[in-house]
Write a protein that binds this ligand. Structure first.
Ligand SMILES: [Cu+2]
Length: 193
């Protein structure tokens, strides 16, 4: 699996101009797919290597949300960068349409983000996750624990409106800009030597 990703990254690297924006070449699950078993991992593969700014995937985030009627959030919001691919782990909840929202940093240093949807029709015997009422922010365990407690509390907690996906992306873009600034600063220092 890892070798395939690396090979795809190498092909993308050779085919695309070095300064180009990465394009999305695929995802797992595929966009608009009907999914019947817990995928476990969700990924987006792009046409070129992604910037892994500090080696820990800062500037990259993914969240799985759904179903459409009363969206909850699944996973911890953390995503890992591997070559041209980003991925996150999550267990899905009730059946319905789910959206994977993601963002990462293109080879040229630009932030790229998008989303795709798929249809979750769990086969019998699939265990379903509860989901969280608020969007996860990777690395803040306290927020995640609070969100899960809120979700468990049920309908009475519905007044805590979930963070909109726009606000979620907006907050993370600030982190990306900072990370890019740091990366450029480090690159300049290296060139001077
Ligand atoms: Cu670009």
């Amino acid at each position: 699996m890892f070798a395939v990703v690396v090979a795809a990254a190498a092909l993308g690297w050779g085919a695309a101009p070095a300064s180009a924006h990465n394009n999305v070449v695929g995802s797992s699950p595929a966009a608009d797919a009907v999914v019947t078993e817990q995928p476990g991992l969700f990924s987006v593969t792009t046409s070129d290597l992604l910037l892994n700014l500090d080696g820990s995937g800062s500037g990259t985030a993914m969240v799985v949300t759904g179903p459409a009627s009363a969206p909850l959030f699944y996973g911890d919001g953390c995503a890992t960068v591997s070559g041209a691919t980003i991925e996150t782990a999550a267990q899905l909840g009730a059946a319905g349409e789910y959206t994977v929202i993601w963002q990462t940093v293109s080879t040229d240093g630009h932030s790229i983000s998008d989303e795709f949807t798929f249809d979750w029709k769990p086969a019998t015997g699939q265990s379903l996750a509860d989901g969280a009422a608020t969007a996860p922010t990777c690395g803040t365990e306290t927020d995640a624990a609070t969100a899960e407690a809120t979700a468990d509390a049920g309908a009475s907690a519905a007044s805590d409106s979930p963070l909109s996906t726009g606000a979620w992306i907006g907050g993370a873009i600030g982190a990306i800009l900072l990370a890019v600034a740091v990366a450029l600063f480090v690159l300049r220092r290296k060139r001077r030597r």
